[in-house]
Design a protein around this ligand. Structure first.
Ligand code: 48F
Length: 259
């Protein structure tokens, strides 16, 4: 019988290889496990789409964890209450401000837990550094990935590929995937304008209304939407992020499943 040490190693390699074989070709890749990406992941997987969420860091939640200037609560408007219900997230209503508040830790944990329970796969420590594209018509057919640790160490290591029918840029303020499209594929005609200053109400509306398809095969949600269309920022209120994630999932379901 092998030692426990070698069995640990073999078990990890085998299960990891099985996952990578299964998830090297999926329906949807969501780039970024922040509030918008996790919400999108939950609804996409719940609709029966094979969904892979790729997250650069070793943790999920994106900007949620920092709360509002490191305070452990974030605000949520009443428009997203049904999403909080669907995720089982508790909140407190403050009538004097007409706002709900949620614990940042609970929001992160339950968004991720529900996405996983719905069948989404979340891989952490993986960065998306490029897109797979085709022409005539121009379209996106997957992503190019690298271990985040390799990027951080600036090692010269070739990345590998994951094929998908749809890619979602949920990378937040940096809109990293959209910037790859702009920089490396000018024929796609996409310009990332950069987000505007703060106007919370207008920003909350824009990130929902403008979430969706950018070019064939590529969609965007969350603060990446604000960066693409120069919408206003809204700070630590997260209703727009949740609604934006749900909205992009609905659009992808329509495009891929026709309903
Ligand atoms: O930044 P993030 O939370 O984006 P979001 O879902 O939500 C924005 C809010 O947190 C907040 C706000 C709204 O109230 O202003 O900022 O739009 O989550 C984005 C996630 O994407 C990961 C990053 O580590 C973060 O967890 N990410 C960014 N670039 C990459 C990436 C990449 N190239 N590959 C993989 N993950």
């Amino acid at each position: 019988m092998s030692t426990l040490e070698s069995r640990i190693t073999k078990a990890i390699w085998k299960a990891t290889a099985e996952d990578w074989l299964e998830f090297s070709e999926v329906d949807v890749i969501v780039v970024g496990a922040g509030p918008a990406g996790l919400t999108a992941g939950k609804y996409l997987a719940g609709d029966g789409l094979k969904t892979l969420v790729l997250e650069r860091r070793l943790s999920f939640g994106g900007g949620i964890g920092g709360g509002g200037m490191m305070l452990h609560k974030v605000a949520v408007g009443s428009g997203a209450l049904h999403i909080l219900d669907e995720f089982g997230i508790r909140r407190k209503y403050l009538p004097e401000f007409d706002l709900y508040v949620v614990d940042a830790a609970e929001l992160m944990a339950k968004l991720a837990a529900k996405a996983l329970d719905s069948g989404a796969k979340i891989l952490t420590g993986v960065s998306v550094e490029d897109l797979i594209v085709r022409e005539q018509p121009f379209r996106v057919e997957g992503v190019v990935v690298q271990w985040s640790a390799v990027q951080l160490a600036s090692l010269h290591v070739d990345p590998i590929f994951i094929q998908s029918k749809a890619v979602v840029d949920a990378t937040g303020h940096d809109a990293e995937v959209l910037k790859v499209l702009e920089r490396k594929n000018p024929r796609a005609g996409v310009r990332v304008a950069g987000e505007s200053s703060a106007w919370a109400e207008a920003g909350e509306i824009a990130v929902v209304e403008k979430a969706g398809k950018v070019v064939e095969g590529l969609y965007t949600t969350g603060m990446a939407v604000a960066s693409l269309y120069q919408a206003y920022r809204m700070g630590p209120i997260f209703s727009g992020m949740l609604l934006s994630g749900k909205r992009v999932a609905q659009e992808i379901r329509r495009d891929l499943k026709g309903k």
